[in-house]
Unconditional design. Sequence first.
Length: 381
Amino acid sequence: MPDVVVIGAGAFGTWTAHHLSNAGARVALVDAYGPGNSRSSSGDESRILRYGYGTDEIYSRLARRSREQWRELDARNGSGLSLWHPCGVLWLAPEGDAYAADTRATLEGGDYPLELLDQTMLRARYPQIDTADVGTAMLEPEGGVIMARRSIQALASELTRKGVRVTRGRVEKPSASGRLSAVQLADGKTLAGDTFVFACGAWLPSVFPELLSQRIMPTRQVVMYFGTAAGDDRFTASQMPAWIDFVSGIYGVPDLEGRGLKVGIDAHGSPFDPDTGDRTVDERSVETARAWLRRRFPAMTDAPLVESRVCQYENTASGDFLIDRHPEHENVWIAGGGSGHGFKHGPAVGEYVAGLIAGTTTPEAAFVLATKGTIQRRAVY
């Protein structure tokens, strides 16, 4: 294996470094702000892992493979703090919803565990959730929640112990076409290598503006944590799953480690600069979350907002990943386009990128640069 420099220490980058190192490469991993930093798309507390993706089973397969590796990382983690919470993921949809129907067909056809819940079963299992308007409810029992920031930092620490050079520094835009021999950092230092993987998420359009400024579109996304009442454990992971309410554009995570019930808004926000964008939660997002809580979790109607995060999606036009060789640099690979659902797939993406570099993996058509348009027509959720 060649010497490889991986730029970006988020889910895609750290797992790529992991698999390359395991394959025998000498790896350097560099990130402008450090692994799991608050500006990154991998920097929040938690992320959902689910298998369901409508008809797009490629992501179901990646999620299943990734789940194995997240669990293995959790088992190796010696901090005493959980990285993986196997609480399941609940889908909520109206009767006849096409995306839910496609998801059910794909999961059942691929032998992915899935439970269908009627209204009686929903009320019995989750009385804290108002599901009166839910026509289709499906539980993915193997789904759950990854502690995002903690997991990335745990993996980066493991890489350091294995001899991977983990560096904090901003990589400058490569200035010429052709084969790269090194990348330059903002402080003037250089990192030499045989192969370079740019997995720097929402920063990709600024690193390769001519190629990606219209193909990857970072958007401002808000998540909020609402405090549960003292002594009330109905909203913890032992009592309820993570959930996805696609029609409402809302997803969420149970109260983990006392941080509060997480409510995320999945609709694409406004264009966002990951370096300088304002990360103060806006009142409109809070109002949207509270309206949803009143309808779905009545007991949380007056719950205080205890934490909030503003992160970003790095969207491709369709929502498919962008994982391909740079057309002007023969030894440069791009791994990005997480589009709001990429985190869970980090282990399998890293494995895939390592295989591409080694020449042992066949490129997936949905991920290649040639399929990436410039007008958002989101199809993958």
